[in-house]
Design a protein around this ligand. Structure first.
Ligand SMILES: Nc1ncnc2c1ncn2[C@@H]1O[C@H](COP(=O)(O)OP(=O)(O)OP(=O)(O)O)[C@@H](O)[C@H]1O
Length: 335
C-alpha cells in the first residue's frame, strides 16, 4: 500500500469464500475475503483458532480439504486465477510459483528419504537439470537456510533433525522452485522462542534478498510484529481490520484487534508471559460455524456492542493505511 514502485500485487485474493456442506446447509467458514501482497512484502493473517486462517492459506494453493470447498472469489497469482486451474495446471504452479510451509514439518517431509534426496526431488520436479546440478543446488539451499555442515545433513533422515532444523529443511524445499509467494502457516508455533526468532529472521532475509512475497499465518501477533509490513485480522471467517503494522499497533481500531494486542505477552516477559496472557484474555470464544450470530460475529464478546451490532454485519471501511469493519470503529479508544 505504501510502495509506489511495485504497485502490481503478485498475489491478489478477491471475495474468497469457503464453506462446508452440512445437513443444515452450507456453513460459511471464510467470507468475502480480499487482500493482496506485493513482491518482497510480508503480510500476517492473525486471529484466534477457528477464525479461518488455515483454510485461507490452503485455498491459496488450491488445497482446501473436502468437505470444505471454495464457494466464491478469485486467487490471482501473477495475474492468473488459481481457482480456475485444473489439478494438473495447479500442480505445476504449486512449488514453482507458490509454496507453503507448515507448523509441523514432518507432515511435509518424507520420512524414508534423506533430507538431500527430497530437496533434490523438489528441484527436479520443477526444472530439467542434471542430478549433479540438482545436488549442488541442494547443498547451496541447505547452506542458504543456515544448516551447518550441509554435506553431512544431506544424507540425514528428517527424524534425526531437531524441530528447528526440520523447519529449515522445509523452507529449503519450499525455496527449491524459487516461488514468488511463500505461505507460512504457523511455522514457528511448535518451536522454542530462540529458534522461532531464528526462523523468522531467515524468512525475513529471504524475502528481502529474493523478493519473495510472504503470507504469514499466526495466532501470535507479537511474534510477527517486528517482521511484517501489514496485518490482516480475521474473526469468524471475515476480515475485521487490515492496516500497516505500525498503525495497527499504535492505533488499533477494531475492539478484537485491541483484545489481541492486549493478550500479547510482552517481549522478555519470560515465564511470567503465560500468566499475563491469561489475565488479558478476550472473554468468550470464537462462535462455531453453525452458531454464527446474525450481526457482527464479535458482538457477543465486545465491550462496545449495542443493538446495531447484534443486527447488522458491519461493512469494511477505509481507515488510514487500511480498512476496519466495526460499527464503532471511531469510538474504540474508550475500550
Ligand atoms: N472438515 C471440517 N468440517 C467442518 N468445519 C470445519 C472443518 N475444518 C475446519 N472447519 C471449521 O472452519 C473454521 C475455520 O477453520 P481454520 O482451521 O481455517 O481456522 P484457523 O483460524 O486456521 O484455526 P487454527 O489456528 O486452529 O488452525 C473453523 O470454525 C473450523 O471449525
Amino acid at each position: 500500500m505504501s510502495d509506489p514502485v511495485s504497485s502490481e500485487p503478485v498475489l491478489a485474493v478477491d471475495g474468497l469464500s469457503i464453506g462446508f456442506q452440512s445437513r443444515r446447509g452450507l456453513l460459511p467458514a471464510v467470507r468475502e475475503l480480499s487482500f493482496s501482497v506485493r513482491s518482497g512484502e510480508m503480510l500476517a493473517i492473525v486471529g484466534e483458532s477457528g477464525c479461518g486462517k488455515s483454510l485461507t492459506a490452503l485455498a491459496l494453493l488450491g488445497l482446501v480439504p473436502p468437505p470444505g470447498r471454495v464457494i466464491g472469489g478469485t486467487v490471482r497469482l501473477e495475474g492468473r486465477d488459481l481457482l480456475a486451474l485444473d489439478e494438473t495446471a495447479l500442480r505445476r504452479v504449486r512449488g514453482a510459483r507458490i509454496a507453503m510451509i507448515f507448523q509441523e514439518p514432518m507432515t511435509a517431509l518424507n520420512p524414508v528419504l534423506t533430507v538431500g534426496e527430497q530437496i533434490m526431488e523438489a528441484i527436479l520436479e520443477h526444472e530439467t537439470v542434471s542430478r549433479k546440478a540438482a545436488r549442488e543446488r541442494t547443498l547451496a539451499l541447505l547452506e542458504r537456510v543456515r544448516i551447518p555442515d550441509p554435506e553431512r545433513r544431506f544424507a540425514e533422515y528428517p527424524h534425526r533433525l531437531s524441530g528447528g532444523m526440520r523447519q529449515r529443511v522445509m523452507i529449503a524445499m519450499a525455496l527449491a522452485g524459487a516461488p514468488a509467494v511463500l505461505v507460512a502457516d504457523e511455522p514457528t508455533t511448535a518451536l522454542d522462542v530462540t529458534i522461532q526468532a531464528q526462523i523468522l529472521s531467515l524468512i525475513d532475509e529471504l524475502r528481502r534478498e529474493q523478493g519473495t512475497a510472504v503470507v504469514f499465518i499466526t495466532h501470535d501477533l507479537g511474534v510477527v510484529s517486528r517482521y511484517v509490513d501489514r496485518v490482516l485480522v480475521m474473526y469468524a471467517g471475515r476480515k475485521v481490520e487490515e492496516r500497516d503494522t505500525r498503525d495497527l499497533f499504535s492505533d488499533p481500531l477494531h475492539p478484537y484487534t485491541r483484545g489481541l494486542i492486549a493478550a500479547q505477552p510482552r517481549a522478555g516477559a519470560g515465564a511470567a508471559s503465560a500468566v499475563r496472557e491469561r489475565l488479558a484474555e478476550i472473554p468468550g470464544t470464537v462462535p462455531a460455524l453453525a452458531a454464527m450470530p446474525q450481526g457482527c460475529a464479535f458482538a457477543p464478546r465486545c465491550p462496545l456492542a449495542d443493538a446495531r451490532c447484534a443486527q447488522a454485519v458491519p461493512s469494511p471501511r477505509r481507515a488510514g493505511s487500511g480498512l476496519v469493519a466495526c460499527h464503532h470503529a471511531g469510538e474504540t479508544h474508550a475500550v
